[in-house]
Design a protein around this ligand. Structure first.
Ligand SMILES: *Cc1c(COP(=O)(O)O)cnc(C)c1O
Length: 381
């Protein structure tokens, strides 16, 4: 339950992460770790608010990074396990990645052959893994389906190279997106059917992300059972999960203000935020963000279309209705805007990036960072 006092907010737009809600998610993950024996690491791709990492580090084993920059952040700001996967590593990045990672995950046997000796000579203790594609997924949206047709993500069984098995410490797959444990069971069955013969002898298997562990209807009990059964089948092998979204899930809003209300066939409120720049998945997935106190269009007395303060015609959040008419200056609270938002947002159209804040367990509003003109200028030249 959100407890933020919005009257304390000095300006908008602002993402506010609620520490107590983040900790609640981490405690669910802690239970999964304790009862299943799995290790959970945070996928920075989905949530990288490093001012919260001291809290995250109390519960999780480290981070999973998608390349040099995320690996550096993981080492610098969490400094626990750093697992680095990239669809393809580059010559100019690989040495530093090898130095700062505990684990490196190659996407193809070709990348393994290209870099294995070099990585091991720089960091003899590094674990080495291959991402495989179990070619099974029930991911709801093509854009987010790593096992779709012609996917470049992970090695299929047909392209697997048995000659590297002796040098592998682990196998990784990532095939889910916002899914429950039944989807994981389907993936695991396909994974074991295809790659089962290579599992024994490995140190770990990484089940990737996309597990919606902290959603109310997620079957945590069954996840624990599935992991325990997998470990029992495979000589108590270490299992990793690397959720991103589930860590930041429902941990706070994006708060915006009404700048103007115009009419063109309907009432349209222009906000000091942007769907395109600040809530990108609402357009990419797409989905309709919930707004606190609102109903569907027409459900309550006063309906407004919400539009962003950019010149993109399609920068629209959706239609929302309210009991009272909106006024200039009113705050609009978009729920659940902490994961996959500020890791993806842009300065498109020169629009200001929302500030980052934490609503602490003690009920204080901690303004963590405000962005300005320089952030826009420095991305350009
Ligand atoms: C995106 C991604 C994750 C995290 O996925 P979520 O849906 O945020 O849990 C984990 N592992 C890999 C390889 C990914 O690409």
């Amino acid at each position: 339950m959100s407890t933020i006092d919005f009257s304390l907010l000095p300006h908008t737009p602002c993402y506010i992460c609620e520490e107590a809600l983040l900790e609640k998610n981490l405690q669910v993950m802690e239970r999964v770790q304790r009862e299943s024996g799995a290790k959970i690491i945070l996928a920075l791709k989905g949530f990288a608010m490093w001012s919260t990492f001291p809290l995250v580090a109390k519960y999780l084993h480290g981070c999973t990074a998608s390349g040099l920059h995320e690996a550096k952040l993981a080492r610098e700001k969490m400094n626990k396990e750093v697992h680095t996967y990239s669809p393809a590593f580059k010559d100019e990045d690989i040495d530093e990645i090898a130095r700062i990672s505990d684990d490196i995950v190659f996407n193809s046997p070709a990348q393994f052959h290209r870099y294995y000796d070099r990585v091991k000579s720089i960091n003899p203790n590094i674990s080495v893994s291959l991402r495989v594609n179990p070619e099974y997924s029930s991911s709801p949206v093509d854009l987010y389906n790593p096992c779709g047709v012609y996917s470049r993500l992970g090695t299929t069984l047909a392209n697997f190279d048995e000659s590297i098995v002796g040098k592998l410490d682990g196998l990784n797959f990532h095939a889910l997106c916002e899914q429950n444990v039944d989807a994981l069971e389907g993936v695991l069955e396909a994974f074991e059917a295809k790659f089962g013969p290579f599992i024994d002898g490995l140190k770990y298997v990484n089940f990737g992300g996309g597990h919606h562990i902290t959603r109310v209807d997620y079957d945590v009990e069954r996840l624990i059972d599935v992991i325990r059964a997998f470990k029992a089948r495979h000589n108590d092998i270490t299992v990793y999960l690397e959720p991103g979204e589930a860590v930041g899930w429902q941990t706070g809003p994006l708060v915006a203000s009404v700048l103007d209300i115009v009419r063109n066939g309907m009432d349209i409120a222009i906000l000091d935020t942007s769907a395109e720049a600040h809530m990108p998945d609402t357009l990419a997935m797409p989905y309709r963000a919930m707004v606190r106190g609102s109903g569907e269009a027409g459900e309550k007395a006063h309906t407004y279309r919400f539009g962003g303060n950019t010149c993109l015609a399609g920068d629209i959040m959706g239609d929302y209705s309210f009991d009272e008419p909106l006024k200039v200056g009113d705050k609009i609270i978009f729920e659940d805007q902490i994961h996959y938002t500020f890791v993806k947002n842009t300065t498109f159209n020169g629009i200001k990036l929302p500030s980052l804040a934490i609503w602490t367990k003690e009920g204080e509003l901690k303004m963590v960072h405000a962005f300005g003109y320089e952030d826009y200028r420095n991305r350009l030249s």
